[in-house]
Design a protein. Structure first.
Ligand code: PLP
Ligand code: COI
Length: 334
């Protein structure tokens, strides 16, 4: 293993192992660690034709005291089960999910980036329907696979502000569509609008609600949050937005810091009035947004991270790395 931890981005690379569970005859097995990344599947598998494929994303951190801790794995276990229910897939008990995360991280512990490098170990659980079928129905067999990847910043530049563009493809929903489902197919549908944003030199697409185009939903990779001139934390409440664990945690941190938090429908017309804007999520952490392009209009939020976002970022990453107290018991030690 020869990894330059400080230079990591958000790219796949194999590690020592991945952990696979199989669901058959109505129950999950005990799981097995695999050192290969290949998977044998029937070409008629449900996940390939009818899209029974859901996933999660969470991170493990090397803390200041040398211990490895995972951030809120129970919340991701609960969300995986919510996605599973929406796509008629089997749930995986949350306690078992947390245990699986600890098991796969423990087996790959040498891939957790050292404290101080800014890196973390990204854990990606994915569940797929594997029954060969040609008629549309839910699969009878499934695999739940946990892969782990050491990662650095999702957007190069860390906390340097990125540019965003309001999706021109107005009628497309944000990656989760209605129902808050973290499903593979929802992301595939976001690829084209995200490509258009990149062609306009923007790192990320910002999706409006697909019905009226008047309300902000979320970014292609993350939730939207803004700080108003009065210092209020504002984030969209919408059925099409993924309930982000990061956003929920930041809202709690904001309240802890004495800020007012509003989760409510957010109008596009509010954009010019915001003081600071950011994207938040496990992969993007808290990435400030410097400019938002809306057709021929542009809203600007500065070329450096603003003071409120900076304090939220420092508190959040401080908790994750064991530098600041874990007041809410969010960390699970491996
Ligand atoms: N929104 C979208 C579209 C995402 O892909 C993600 C990442 O998972 C999020 C929001 C943030 O969710 P979380 O903070 O739970 O990672
Ligand atoms: C995550 O943040 O975990 C996601 O799944 C988002 C994706 C852009 C990697």
């Amino acid at each position: 293993m020869n990894i330059e931890w400080e230079k990591l981005g958000f790219e796949f690379r194999p590690t020592k192992s991945n952990l696979r569970y199989t669901y058959r005859d109505g129950k999950w097995d005990d799981g097995e660690l695999f050192e290969t990344y290949d998977l044998t599947l029937s070409v008629a598998s449900n996940c390939l034709h009818y899209g029974q494929a859901i996933f999660e994303g969470l991170k493990a951190f090397r803390c200041q005291d040398g211990a490895v801790r995972v951030f809120r794995p129970d919340a991701n276990g609960e969300r995986l089960n919510s996605s599973a229910r929406h796509l008629l897939m089997p749930e995986f008990p949350v306690e078992r999910f947390v245990e699986a995360v600890r098991r796969v991280v423990a087996d790959n512990v040498e891939y957790v980036p050292p404290f101080g490098t800014g890196g973390s170990l990204y854990i990606r659980p994915v569940m797929i329907g594997t029954t060969p079928q040609i008629g549309i129905s839910s699969s009878l067999t499934y695999q739940l696979i946990f892969i782990v990847v050491p990662v650095g910043p999702y957007y190069k530049g860390g906390i340097k502000p990125v540019d965003a563009m309001i999706s021109l493809d107005y009628d497309r929903a944000a990656p989760h569509g209605t129902g808050h489902i973290k499903a593979a197919g929802n992301y595939a549908a976001s690829l084209y609008p995200s490509r258009i944003a990149k062609e306009h030199h923007c790192s990320v697409a910002l999706f409006m609600d697909p019905k009226t185009h008047e309300f902000i939903d979320e970014f292609g990779t993350s939730n939207f949050l803004a700080i108003t001139a009065d210092g209020v934390y504002v984030t969209p409440k919408s059925p099409s937005v993924l309930p982000s664990v990061t956003n929920r945690s930041l809202m709690q941190i904001a309240r802890d810091l004495g800020m007012k938090v509003e989760q409510r429908p957010v109008r596009k017309t509010e954009l010019p009035g915001f003081k600071e804007v950011a994207a938040c999520g496990t992969a993007v952490v808290l990435t400030p947004v410097g400019r938002i392009f809306d057709g021929d209009k542009v809203y600007e939020y500065g070329t450096e991270i603003g003071p409120v976002l900076k304090s939220l970022y420092e508190e959040m990453t401080g908790i994750q790395h064991g530098i600041r107290p874990d007041r809410h018991g969010w960390l699970v030690t491996v």
